[in-house]
Design a protein around this ligand. Structure first.
Ligand code: HEC
Length: 217
């Protein structure tokens, strides 16, 4: 018997079915997704997600090229799918809209370190501890987080006055006398990206949990 037409039909069917499943259906579901526009408490129109500042957008490219995604995710799993929310990594699950402003959604491929989807929010009013990029062990002893000291510059202290940005390095980590270690442009960009990470916005598809504070409003 000639199985040619059957094999041909089988191959075409599986190609069409996977194109429908992986391209056409997701495209109709998510292709026209737009930023969520709402008014805030001060009656100003706000759009979420907002475009990242130029500095933070360049930091995002660095985050991608330095391989931070091999240990950190930028996605909060739903309450039914893990303990991310209980751990304080986010107030709600991550949804497709959260990634609209990023050319590549940096979901991450394993989680050796904590999820960073809301890292900026966890920082609160504190500035990003940029020394963590130089050597994470100066912040968390024994940390396996990747150090990126090549984003910093060691330079002579100018006119005897140290830079306010100089890292407070002590002991063996301290630079030679008369020198200081300051964050370079790329360290500042990465810090701006990490500080910009926040997804705690009420969306129609993923509402924020009602807390005592929000219930009173
Ligand atoms: C080998 C895995 C690994 C890689 C690669 C890695 N990290 Fe980490 N990271 C960790 C671990 C583990 C922790 C938790 C321990 C600590 O606080 O240092 C962490 C913690 C952090 C934290 C603090 C998170 C919090 O909630 O306090 C930040 C910010 C961070 N990493 C940023 C980065 C950036 C930026 C990169 C890329 C340059 C990166 N990490 C690459 C493993 C990694």
């Amino acid at each position: 018997m000639n199985y040619g037409p059957l094999i041909y039909f089988g191959v075409v069917t599986s190609l069409v079915a996977s194109w429908l499943g992986f391209v056409a259906v997701p495209r109709t579901q998510l292709g026209s997704l737009q930023p969520d526009v709402s008014t805030n408490a001060a009656n100003a129109v706000v759009s979420y997600p907002a475009a990242r500042s130029g500095e933070a957008a360049q930091g995002r490219d660095l985050y991608q090229s330095l391989g931070c995604s091999s240990c950190h995710t930028l996605q909060v799993r739903p309450q039914t799918g893990g303990s991310d929310i209980a751990r304080g990594w986010g107030k709600r699950r991550s949804v497709a809209r959260d990634y609209l402003q990023d050319p590549v959604p940096l979901l991450g491929n394993s989680r050796l370190g904590p999820d960073l989807a809301n890292y900026g929010e966890r920082l609160g009013t504190n500035a990003f501890p940029v020394i963590r990029l130089f050597n994470p062990r100066l912040v968390t002893p024994g940390s396996i987080c990747a150090p990126v000291p090549f984003l910093f510059e060691t330079r002579p202290i100018r006119a005897g006055v140290g830079s306010p940005e100089a890292l407070p390095l002590k002991g063996a980590a301290a630079p030679d006398a008369g020198s200081e270690v300051v964050p370079g442009l790329r360290a500042r960009q990465l810090a701006a990206f990490l500080s910009s990470l926040s997804t705690s916005v009420d969306l129609p598809e993923a509402a924020l949990p009602v807390t005592e504070e929000t219930a009173q409003k």
